[in-house]
Design a protein around this ligand. Sequence first.
Ligand SMILES: Cc1ncc(COP(=O)(O)O)c(C=O)c1O
Length: 423
Amino acid sequence: MTHSSGDNGLPKRLAGSGPFERSQALFERARRVVPGVTQSMMKRPEHFAPGRFPIYLSGGRGALVRCADGFDYIDYVSGLGTNSLGHQHPALLAAVRSLLETGFNHSLPHELELTAAEKLSDLLRNAEMVRFFKTGADATSAAVRLARAITAKDHVVAVGYNGWHDHFMFDTPGVPKALAALSERRPLFVPSDEAALLERVNDGGAEIAAVVLAVPYNRVLSREFLLDLRAVCSQRGVLLIFDEIVTGFRIALAGVQDYYGVEADLACYSKALAAGMPLSAVTGPRKYLEVMERLQVSTTFGGELLSLAVCVAALEVYRSTDYVSHLATLGRCLREGVNRVATETGSPLRIIGYDAIPFFSFDPDRSRHEALMAPFQAEMAARGVILRRDVNFLSGAHTLAQVDFTVTATADSLRALGQAASH
Ligand SMILES: Cc1ncc(COP(=O)(O)O)c(C=O)c1O
């Protein structure tokens, strides 16, 4: 679309079967000093193809990244969905440069907080007011606090992954057992889960403060279901919170809210919000957001300026270009191409879900899928493409040539795997 990755954007130095010596050396260093090796669980080597996949990256341009051993890849991991415009987009670099001489986090508020909030409010459906935070979990946690305060109810129904904080991860070590009574997680992986969720909200509405919904990525929900959920939440005085951290600025600007034309009471954004800089936001109508004023919801870096400046620049790119349709078009081409070559080679691999966030699936059963996906990830990496195990991310910097390259790499990888890529 607007920004090419330079040259033809195709990987030049391919890994083949490696070696990943420098990655491995860094990994050994990390094991001594970083618990869990890295800060984001989903960046850990076990989520890719250990031994046959780079562990460390050193830089990138557009949608092309280079690993610590100097091999190039078309990157569909996209910084776990943050790098919506690829690396080194000129408008984002200019935004960073504009602050180099004046500082990044001042002692009192700065005008950029307003500029970013106004721009978001203009651009997004149902965003009269905006509060900024740093991470996705900050935003979803603030939205839960807000919903509990507004409704004077405690219980939270969470759908999908909404962050690591206690009220979402109530069943993991280190979280007080008592908290489990205040939250529950509901699946939406198959259509029959939908009726169960509607029934739960209807029956438990007297105690439920909010439904926090991150849509599943392995299938496209129907508008009818979301309207039913919207209706039952309204009837039962339950706030409907859309967790748009993956879907926002991807499947549509305001994510699910725009894609389906269904409004949430509160919405949470992060990842693509500031195109790779750490920023998140809670948005919604004034009547709800202004309640935040009397809550203890605050963070030192919430008004940090580099992220806000990059956010403003990214929003302008999203608004003034074909960004959203570019993602959808490339996603459709990728889906059609990959599914065609998979069919031709007799592989069960399919891309499913929303086009802008292609979901790779060998099998609905997670462990059977992973057993086939890991060797496929290794073969793709050897051919210059890095992929996540399930949902992947297109960006404004990806090109049709890169998608074509990926389809060819898929065909070659599936052929190389032969029977190993089938059931
Ligand atoms: C849908 C969704 N919500 C919330 C989060 C949490 O965001 P963060 O990791 O920035 O705290 C994530 C992270 O991947 C996510 O995918």
